[in-house]
Design a protein around this ligand. Structure first.
Ligand code: MN
Length: 233
């Protein structure tokens, strides 16, 4: 049956894969909050292992680095959060941590851009975080490296420099919830499938961005991320 549409939507976002001609199509974007103890503390939050704190961004929020983006609208305090992104390549529901790594296609450098002022206002009132977290260009990602080429996440360093000055720098094994634990927990809530991205939380050192800034994110073994901030539209 031919379905007729009132209008055409843009094609969904895709991410480049290093060493591959084919691109990785994005289906959903999951993010976890407070996954490094020192970052939870710097935002004044308790550090616990009760359960990972999940939120989502729409695929329309994806921004493929390298990129130059306008300073986001509606905020006076937009922050960078450098994160390891896991790209899911298999299907799984109620997966055990021991089997979770079988779902991983690859990894990428990412930035969870956050309108901190909006997030904090929402937090204070017990409202949803959506406008603080899910906005255009808020899910920044660099090219994906297949897991086979990267190996397993362990003590590789994750870091971010702003205008050449290092602001965030930590080993990946400082995560409160490990990658297999995150995948297992998320799979209790969703049927995970290829195209699902997971932003795995940021280490300490988050801070504001401004027009004219250049952000450079690194995870040892992955394609670096470069993001330039242009004046607001
Ligand atoms: Mn984050």
């Amino acid at each position: 049956m031919v379905v007729s549409l009132l209008f055409q939507l843009p094609e969904g976002p895709t991410v480049a894969v290093s060493g591959e001609e084919a691109r990785y199509p994005v289906r959903r974007i999951f993010c976890v909050g407070r996954n490094y103890a020192a970052h939870a503390r710097e935002l004044g939050n308790a550090v616990d292992r009760e359960a990972p704190i999940w939120f989502t961004k729409a695929p329309a929020a994806l921004c493929h680095a390298p990129a130059r983006i306008p300073y986001p609208p509606g905020t006076q305090d937009c922050h960078y959060e450098m994160e390891l992104v896991v790209a899911i390549g298999g299907t799984g529901f109620r997966v055990a941590p021991e089997a979770a790594m079988d779902l991983v296609y690859g990894y990428a450098c990412g930035i969870d851009l956050t309108r901190r002022d909006l997030q904090n206002a929402a937090k204070a009132k017990g409202y949803p975080w959506d406008t603080g977290k899910d906005f255009e260009n808020a899910a920044v990602i660099a090219a994906i490296t297949p897991a086979a080429a990267f190996g397993a996440p362990a003590a590789q360093r994750i870091s971010l420099a702003k205008n050449g000055a290092v602001k965030q720098d930590a080993p990946l094994d400082e995560m409160i919830w490990s990658i297999p634990e995150l995948i297992a927990d998320l799979s209790r809530l969703y049927h995970l499938a290829p195209g699902d991205l997971i932003y795995t939380g940021t280490p300490a050192g988050v801070g504001p961005i401004a027009a004219g800034d250049r952000l450079e994110g690194h995870v040892e073994g992955l394609e670096p991320l470069v993001l330039d901030i242009a004046p607001a539209e």
